[in-house]
Design a protein around this ligand. Structure first.
Ligand code: ZN
Length: 259
């Protein structure tokens, strides 16, 4: 007779994980947003569709692939007069063999909490090095070849645990756009919020890089927490690289760049 089934144990295990990670989380949030020194970000690539093309694409990645993310943060810190000259340092980590648990389709509160604990347990099991995670952001990028007409699952960035999960196309022409998504998720981990409107476009004024521009449209830049450049109140297009993306004052204040 089995008294303790796995179904019974699973919530208990998750509860244990919850208590164990609670203390770490508080530390992580304080340190990651203090901006006394550059925030380390490690990008772990995953061959999510197990294809040879994705494998070959991952072989082309190096820490240099993400230098433009460092440069973008440095330029934005200067524009916003943040105290730290170089806010982040992104490097390429080792490959990860397993894929993270998928975000639940039904995003009820309880399901989302369970998923976030599962994800954090997965991250604990699958981080391929032993460095301290108190002050670094771990971004797991699941690369796919994908179908042209099928969008990939959403990417997420969690402030609790300083964890990002990015779903991306493993094509060289996509690398610059992937860097926008990675930057967006890094910013979620340090407290920035999404700035989409109901239709998934830029919310005015918060989702605009320059809401005071005259005339307002077309905008020259996308705000990083939307990633789309508004051309009219009802239309916008995806930015293709960080060159056409900026951070507005609201996002800068959310990540504690102002005193
Ligand atoms: Zn987002």
């Amino acid at each position: 007779m089995t008294i303790l089934s796995f179904d019974f144990l699973r919530p208990l295990l998750l509860l244990c994980v919850l208590f164990a990670v609670g203390g770490i989380t508080a530390h992580q949030i304080v340190y990651s947003r203090s901006w006394h020194q550059p925030l380390d970000v490690v990008v772990y690539p995953i061959n999510a569709d197990k294809s040879i093309d994705t494998h070959n694409y991952i072989n082309t990645l190096s820490s240099d692939t993400f230098t433009e993310i460092n440069d973008w943060f440095t330029a934005e810190a200067r524009r916003h007069k943040a105290a730290i000259p170089q806010p982040v340092h992104v490097s390429l980590g080792k490959r990860v063999k397993s894929v993270p648990p998928p975000l639940p389709v039904d995003q009820g509160v309880l399901r989302t909490i369970m998923w976030s604990l599962q994800l954090r347990y997965w991250v604990f099991r699958n981080t391929p090095d032993d460095d301290s995670n108190l002050r670094r952001v771990r971004v797991f990028v699941a690369y796919y070849q994908g179908d042209d007409d099928k969008p990939l699952a959403h990417s997420v960035g969690l402030q609790r645990g300083l964890i990002g999960v990015v779903n991306a196309f493993g094509h060289s022409e996509q690398t610059k756009q992937n860097n926008i998504v990675i930057t967006h998720e890094i910013l979620h981990t340090v407290g920035a919020s999404d700035k989409y409107n109901f239709f998934g476009g830029p919310d005015f004024p918060h989702g605009y890089a320059n809401p005071h521009r005259q005339p307002l449209h077309p905008q020259r830049y996308a705000e990083i927490m939307v990633g789309r450049i508004p051309t009219s109140p009802y239309s916008s297009y995806m930015a293709t690289s960080l060159k056409s993306v900026r951070m507005n004052a609201l996002t800068a204040s959310e990540i504690a760049w102002y005193d």
